[in-house]
Design a protein around this ligand. Structure first.
Ligand code: TPP
Ligand code: MG
Length: 546
């Protein structure tokens, strides 16, 4: 049966289980839009490709299935690159389709022509251009496989306009099963021996491909061995923070006592994490040249093991499967009682860290975050981008289950809002709260109309301090009194939300917050609560909760 390229593409997406895509249209992929027309796939029509790509990335982060995004060539692709970078650093499966120029016109600097292999070279896991209509199923199936395999990441497929609109007689590729990584029990047994002989072992969990069953298995492993668990940067929802083995997270503003624990640990079990720049505080907590501790590393991509830290024992297997392997070794092993003091001490450090440090003014972020943490349902989803406001969220919010934190380890501003829209679409019955700075929110708030159009109803809490606070803080430290390039003149965020058809409130005192939040939720639509901060907060950084 002859089908045009757009139809072959959409049929293949259906076969691969795609239910939703995020897009900004372009004349370069009209045939793909035509294929989507009666495909049953939901097309979320966005306002800017950066937002669309971040929504797709958040979908991949939430579900473990590639988030799919369609953008046009040239300006569409350059806008979308913001979300591709998040997916790359966060190891998130994602497939970006770019409508490309007619491939008979290449290398003439044709209108909006870009060489995507060059442009996305270091930014994506794989980039290809499909030049033959009959090979679309093959490329798409491979793109989905590559996006999910080993260390997941973004794949970019360029689709020349003439290739998409031409017809071919070609069958769909079957939905694939991912190849299984084999894991050798003797390796897990050797890891367990190292942990048993250590006196202060610490687990650091992070990376992609996590799920609730893995979190439960990790609880079982931690309880059996008495080993404390620390979360990687912005992976705080991997282990119930209320559990006595939870020791806190390795964040930008890390608990100094947890940093000392990492230094002092004589054995680290790294589960899925790359144990990167942020977790190691710029590689200072553990010296790559001389770690002075035993390192046991489980990561799905063999090339991530030893990339910075040479592991004493490494195994190329995804963290959830590694925990199953470790638990199997432990089944008949009753030697484990000895780490309980060390574990309790780590927990005491975390409990002390949770106690609020008072910040100036009537609206105290520590009170807002504590209220959210104590009040929201366990499965509420919290999203954020980058900015000092996020420091309060990371420090005071107690994450209770996996799938409740959507945050960019890449440190991308503007991420929180599109991620919240994506989360609200995927889980319409769950509470979704976006934390944003006044700077952060303004990078992607045009997606408010996308939210209204498609029925997403997150509550956005905008922390308004009239500045790019993080940078101002660094500026005050390095060039005191010389405020340069960090001041923001802001709109009335509440009125703006109402203009978009949503609900808007302004809060200046944290005692007003609970009632405002209740009204925001009761509105049943997109809601924005603007929290106006005291001018003294963060002008020097002295009141950062660190
Ligand atoms: C896309 C992007 N641009 C710039 C930066 C650098 N940056 C990091 S935090 C920050 C300021 C954030 O301001 P805001 O959202 O208002 O939060 P605040 O720090 O004031 O709480 C900037 C500009 C970044 N991380 N991401
Ligand atoms: Mg700000």
């Amino acid at each position: 049966m002859m089908r045009h390229g757009g139809k072959i593409l959409s049929d293949q997406l259906v076969k691969l289980g795609v239910k939703r895509v995020f897009s900004v249209p372009g004349e370069s992929f009209l045939a793909a839009l035509d294929g989507l027309y009666d495909s049953g796939i939901d097309n979320i029509v966005c306002r800017q490709e950066g937002g669309a790509a971040m929504m797709a990335e958040a979908y991949g982060k939430m579900t473990g299935q590639p988030g799919v995004c369609f953008v046009t060539r040239g300006p569409g692709a350059t806008n979308a690159s913001a979300g591709v970078h998040v997916a790359m650093q966060d190891s998130t499966p994602m497939v970006l389709f770019i409508g490309q120029i007619d491939n008979r016109q290449t290398d003439r600097e044709t209108f909006q022509e870009v060489d995507y292999r060059a442009m996305f070279g270091g930014l994506a896991k794989w980039v290809a251009q499909v030049d033959h209509t009959e090979r679309l199923p093959e490329y798409i199936a491979r793109a989905f496989r590559v996006a999910q395999s080993g260390r997941p990441g973004p794949v970019v497929l360029a689709l020349p306009e003439n290739m998409l609109s031409a017809s071919a007689d070609v069958p769909d590729c079957a939905a694939m099963t991912m190849p299984m990584a084999s894991s050798d029990q003797t390796v897990f047994a050797a890891m367990v021996e190292k942990l048993q002989s250590a006196s202060s072992p610490l687990i650091v969990v992070g990376g992609p491909a996590w799920h609730n069953a893995a979190a439960r298995d990790l609880v079982a492993f931690a309880e059996k061995t008495g080993i404390p668990v620390a979360a990687g940067f912005r992976r705080q929802d991997y282990f119930d923070n209320r559990h006595p083995n939870y020791a806190g997270d390795l964040n930008v503003g890390v608990n100094p006592r947890l940093a000392t624990r990492v230094r002092d640990a004589d054995c680290l079990l790294l589960l899925g994490t790359r144990f990167g720049d942020i977790e190691t505080q710029g590689y200072s907590l553990v010296d790559p040249a001389n770690p002075q501790k035993t390192i046991l590393h489980c990561h799905a991509d063999v090339d991530e093991i030893g990339r910075v830290y040479a592991a004493d024992i490494g195994i190329a297997v995804a963290a959830p499967n590694a925990i199953i392997g470790l638990l199997q070794v432990l089944r008949n092993d009753d030697r484990w009682t000895k780490h309980s003091d060390w574990c309790a001490a780590c927990r005491t450090d975390y409990d002390a860290w949770l106690r609020p440090v008072e910040s100036p003014g009537a609206l105290k972020q520590e009170n807002v975050i504590k209220w959210l943490s104590d009040t929201l349902p366990d499965d509420a989803i919290l999203t954020n981008g980058a900015g000092n406001y996020a420091a309060w969220l990371h420090r005071y919010f107690v994450y209770k289950q996996h799938g409740t934190q959507l945050a960019p380890t890449s440190g991308s501003m503007g991420y929180g809002f599109p991620a919240a829209v994506s989360a609200s679409l995927e889980y319409p019955d769950r509470t979704v709260v976006c934390l944003a700075g006044d700077g952060c929110f303004q990078m992607t708030l045009n997606e408010m109309s996308t939210a209204i159009q498609h029925g997403a109803k997150p509550v956005v809490i905008v922390t308004n301090n009239g500045r790019y606070g993080t940078i101002r803080m660094h500026q005050e430290k390095t060039y005191p009194g010389r405020v340069s390039g960090t001041v923001l003149a802001n709109p009335d965020f509440a009125a703006l939300a109402r203009a978009y058809g949503g609900h808007g409130e302004t809060v200046r005192d944290d005692t007003e917050f609970a009632a405002a939040f209740a009204r925001a939720q009761a509105s049943g639509t997109l809601a924005v609560i603007e929290c106006v901060l005291d001018d003294r907060v963060l002008s020097t950084g002295a009141s950062l909760p660190a």
